[in-house]
Design a protein around this ligand. Sequence first.
Ligand SMILES: Nc1nc2c(ncn2[C@@H]2O[C@H](COP(=O)(O)OP(=O)(O)O)[C@@H](O)[C@H]2O)c(=O)[nH]1
Ligand SMILES: [Mg+2]
Length: 223
Amino acid sequence: MKKKEVLVLEELLGSNKKIASEIREKLGKKGILTINILGSPGAGKTSLLERIAERLKPDYKMAVIEGDIETERDAERIRAKGIPAWQIITGGACHLDAKMIGNIFPEIPADLDFLFIENVGNLVCPANYDLGENIRCVLLSIPEGDDKPKKYPKAFTTSDCLIISKSDLLPALPFNLEHAQKEALEINPKLEIFTTSALKDSKINELIEYFLSALHKLRQKNA
Ligand SMILES: Nc1nc2c(ncn2[C@@H]2O[C@H](COP(=O)(O)OP(=O)(O)O)[C@@H](O)[C@H]2O)c(=O)[nH]1
Ligand SMILES: [Mg+2]
């Protein structure tokens, strides 16, 4: 990359960081835990959110911001679960940025417990953009292969949580779970790792416990 291009990118990221910090502070003060979900197209992000919505809906208030290049499909899937959802259509951009979240900010109900953001399906670009989240989760699905953490490190090094999704496919595919976990932890020892199946509804409760504990800590900090 030429020097001038590097500078422009740094400037963009700098202003993104500022907006993101403001969003984090404002949502944090309202006691809303924000979770940014990254992963390749088809990794199972929306399916996981559907399972989470079913679990949280009776006791907690959640909403979802969906990011996609085209269509309102994912927001419709979430709304079908009785959960408010906004769709950001990027029209080609491969990631969400903090300004896009800021545009929705005035519509976000103040009494939410959880705000989930499903980023545009991509394991590269979204890693560069803080959206004001408290927790970043990256999904790696079994069909993608166990070698991905070291091939796409930034998505894993900038995340707090790794969700190895579609675990029901482990018997069918040569995915070495231990190898994937080991390599992910080598590049980011702080990762909390969950191995879930949205299809079989497996280990979703453990993930929800992790989010609930983070919500509790956020509210204690801001009390
Ligand atoms: N076998 C299996 N398939 C899944 C699972 N979760 C999602 N899928 C399938 O993977 C495809 C993509 O899922 P989707 O949730 O739309 O992925 P997204 O693009 O990351 O939001 C769909 O055909 C889902 O039915 C899972 O846990 N196991
Ligand atoms: Mg989706």
